[in-house]
Design a binder for this molecule. Sequence first.
Ligand code: NAD
Length: 454
Amino acid sequence: MKITIIGTGYVGLVTGACLAELGNDVFCLDVDQRKIDLLNNGGIPIHEPGLEEVVARNRASGRLQFSTDVAASVAHGQLQFIAVGTPPDEDGSADLQYVLAAARNIGRHMDGYKVIVDKSTVPVGTADRVAAAVREELRARGEESMEFAVVSNPEFLKEGAAVDDFMRPDRIVIGHDDSPAGQRARDLMKLLYAPFNRNHERVYWMDVRSAEFTKYAANAMLATRISFMNELANLADQVGADIEAVRHGIGSDPRIGHSFLYAGAGYGGSCFPKDVQALERTARQYDQELLILRAVEAVNDRQKQVLGRKVVQRFGDDLTGMTFAVWGLAFKPNTDDMREAPSRVLLKELIERGASVAVHDPVAMEEAQRVLALDLSEAQLARVDFKKTPMEALDGAEALVIVTEWKAFRSPDFEQIKARLKHPVIIDGRNLFEPPLMTGLGIEYHGIGRSVLT
Ligand code: NAD
């Protein structure tokens, strides 16, 4: 099938590359000329396991092309996927300017029936706004009778496992309306996703608004589980219980399940923070307050400060002249995404208290340099030392603080850690190690919710 993907970011690039891998003819559009040039020169703008190979293979086969040519992009695909960003507006609602700009472009250039697929995460009712924007452009051209449909097909991929998630989805949610154009869109979407349904049906068909809502409900639920466990972990620290034992104890109940119950340094990334906020904002527009989600957000804001708090508890308020080693900068492993990363809150706090930091991340160092320049003054940024290896970051540091659970940090050489640090102290925001094991190695270990009284 001929497909256009508008927006070649995390979601758009993965969607385009994976659909090309299945034999489709895919045209990826972006307004960012640098990104398109990079892709056309064989580069890849994001770190995502397996993506580079899929992109290279499909570019070489001619099934995947990248361009900034709007008219050509609209002409190419009968299916037009909108996968542009929906960042939070000042009031927390989703900023739809990029989505609506994409819609207007389609309306301006289309010359026959199109299916416009909202893949971006958008508030309930956005499909109607997309349709109105397209219709307005058609009207301006005197083409108001031209048919099109807007369907909602939210994306559930996880950064760091995006290619795998796209190729082996738990479910595919598609919302469409029952008009003739909507029915025709359903048939085309069914054809597109047929390769995913060979063993069992993965598509959940529903109305458009329910599909839009499903994406927010899913992210709100996941964020809620994280904040729930973080809040309990802080209490576990006070009462002397081990949140990891509690996690196993409750996760074995099939009604609860084991997934997404890890206490840590707070959630970040481009999705949970903004989607929780946007759903709250939608509720407020209907004079409803989502009390649970308000708490989820407040708990998370506080949790992002937990590592800084633990450093202060151990080393005092004034950290002048001290250096701390920090492992992990990305908001989670296997990505270079630094959006809303807890590491940013930690670094700012340590530096504002007078400390210097020696940091390492396996892939996010370049991106970290870019975003930290936004968070910190030039003088503050000079106190961030980017180290090539995790071990180099330890030399002369008071303690090691772990922020991201990269695999490479799971079995480090503890003797080297002890030898390189000034004090054998690990403050672990991801509960990577067992406290008794650390004690046995002579390491003073501070996890999240793991202060067991023995
Ligand atoms: P992103 O910022 O990585 O990419 C968006 C791209 O769209 C950018 O390259 C930008 O230049 C481009 N763009 C903006 N306006 C454009 C226009 N008018 N025409 C063409 N290109 C345009 O964003 P992302 O992380 O891929 O997220 C996209 C959407 O998918 C968001 O709504 C997000 O909430 C949702 N989503 C993201 C993830 C994730 O893990 N990142 C997962 C599921 C859903």
